[in-house]
Design a protein around this ligand. Structure first.
Ligand code: BTN
Length: 238
């Protein structure tokens, strides 16, 4: 893992580390923008991401020519990297909620938003944005997320964590697709349990079934009540 050189650019507060990383013209592979807090943290589906000072907000630049795995596996690889890193520093009990959230004690402690930049229709740069709630916010979580947000319980140095996560991402994107998928499957929340999912590719229809795992594209595989298997490309477990 140590052979991956990383460059960290650290800020106290920015609007969005993803914005900075995406707009940087010169950022090389594994260049990482880190901030203690964000004023305009971006979440999935155009949502905002609560970015208080007890969290770690980081965006890792990936050069697509460096990837050994398909583009759509960068987010799952990052989820594994964050989990592995937090475990390395003594934070256990983390599961991956398909597709890109980390949960601990049934609460969301980390979200990941991968964005890309294209040139003449071709993706040339990927930015993997990671927001981790490390310690409890002094004034608690905002009303709209207080029933589902939690924190990792990491009290160590943020920069050390950011460097470790970046190196792990660097290593995982060089690994084999099958390894990512098999490790992802093993670390999924509610594997073998019944869940309800909002299916984004079918007009947000709700689908219930037992989680079997993920396929080679990290699509969610559910066993429906009639015994058939359904694959979901995008959605959210509710
Ligand atoms: C989500 O759960 O909806 C994804 C949240 C991703 C948040 C991170 S924080 C660092 C990076 N910068 C951003 O503006 N967003 C991502």
């Amino acid at each position: 893992m140590n052979k991956y050189d990383v460059i960290i650019k650290k800020f106290d507060e920015v609007d969005s580390t993803n914005r900075i990383a995406l707009e940087s013209e010169t950022a090389p592979h594994l260049f990482t923008v880190v901030a203690d807090s964000q004023t305009g943290g971006r979440g999935r589906l155009g949502r905002s991401f609560f970015s208080y000072s007890g969290g770690l907000y980081m965006s890792v630049v990936l050069d697509v020519t460096e990837l050994n795995i398909p583009l759509n596996l960068c987010t799952p690889a990052a989820a594994l990297a964050v989990k592995d890193s937090l475990e390395h520093f003594g934070v256990g009990g983390i599961k991956i909620k398909w597709v890109n959230d980390l949960y601990k004690n049934n609460r969301k402690i980390c979200g990941i938003l991968t964005e890309s930049r294209s040139d003449k229709g071709k993706i040339e740069k990927i930015v993997v944005g990671i927001g981790i709630n490390l310690t409890e916010p002094e004034e608690g979580f905002p009303e709209d997320i207080k029933n589902k947000a939690g924190c990792a319980g990491y009290y160590g140095n943020k920069q050390t964590l950011a460097v470790d996560i970046t190196k792990r991402i660097g290593a995982l994107i060089k690994s084999e697709r099958d390894d990512i998928i098999s490790r992802y499957r093993h670390n999924m929340a509610w594997l073998g349990e019944r869940v309800t999912v909002t299916d984004y590719s079918e007009k947000n229809k709700k689908v219930s079934g037992v989680i079997i795992g993920v396929d080679e594209n990290c699509f969610l595989s559910l066993r429906l009540d009639d015994g058939t298997e359904k694959l979901l490309s995008s959605g959210e477990i509710v």
